[in-house]
Design a protein around this ligand. Sequence first.
Ligand SMILES: [Fe+2]
Length: 353
Amino acid sequence: MYMKKIILAALLLLGVSVLLSAKSVKKEKAEKVETGPEVAARLHYNENGTFKILQLTDTHVIAGDPRSERTMQNVNAVLDAEKPDFVIHTGDIVYGKPARESALMLLQLLVDRGIPFAVALGNHDSDFDLSREEIYELVRSVPGNVNTPAKESLSGYSNDILTLSGKNGLERVFYLFDSGNRDYLNGYKSWGYVHIDQILWYRDAGNYFKSLNSGNPVPSLAFMHIPPQEYRQAIHDNSKNVRYLSGNFGEEPATPTFNSGLVTVMREQGDIEAITTGHDHNNDFVMLWRGLFLIYGRYGGCDTVYNDLKPSGARVFEFTEGQAGFRTWIRLADGRIEQDFVLTPGMKTLSGQ
Ligand SMILES: [Fe+2]
């Protein structure tokens, strides 16, 4: 009888501890969902109920080079004309040594105005006398920068998430991807690309934001330097599923040789409305391709590298609280505006898709 009691007590204890450990696992999972991904900046609409992001790209600055003095003048003019709430530089900040002085010279224009900013590094940023890690840390040290420390688990450095909220909560998410420099896959040369670990990071984050939005995708934009392969595919798509909206198409998109599946996952998730990139200096167009806006920024430098689009400028994205879609245009350094469009999720290609 006594033995039976001991066995019963032991079984009871075992049961309680199993229950407890199950509970703690559950709690851990629940906390994970509750916490969500690391967010670099939680942005809010300004007092006018709008939020303006200016995309600088491919400024290709070389400190001490007179051509880059012109870049400074042009970027100043664009910033003065637009007075953005936030700047995202989609890479190729610099194009020579000393990279430190070159990057700081450009970013100082944002510091002078107190404009917060984030960077998605370009292929050339790590081509000179700073490693990718060093230039990323340099950018992060500049006042106003919101990029987070590089994540061990992710390829590249400048992978970040920004959120934009209004009175009724979260309305938009902006993903910044590090699209790398160059890659050699089994010996075959390719431009850098967004790797599988980054794609899964984006997907997990998107699922978390869905969980905050009754299971519905939160409208999002993706910023990166090198365009994914679908840009090239879209340009050569002769079907009615593509609609060229505006802008210059001056060169074949220099996309990765192989397709890592980023855009496929974006289509599965249903949250990304638009991708915007840099990299191809003679392109600044907007296309609607199978329900997705494929966009280029506007070349932002002055002649330190090939560029036929003159004068330089920047693309602007303006979001209005409570409204679907966004307005985008290009501001040129001479004050002109080009490609002024309101892009909405309901826009149709010729086939109605
Ligand atoms: Fe570039």
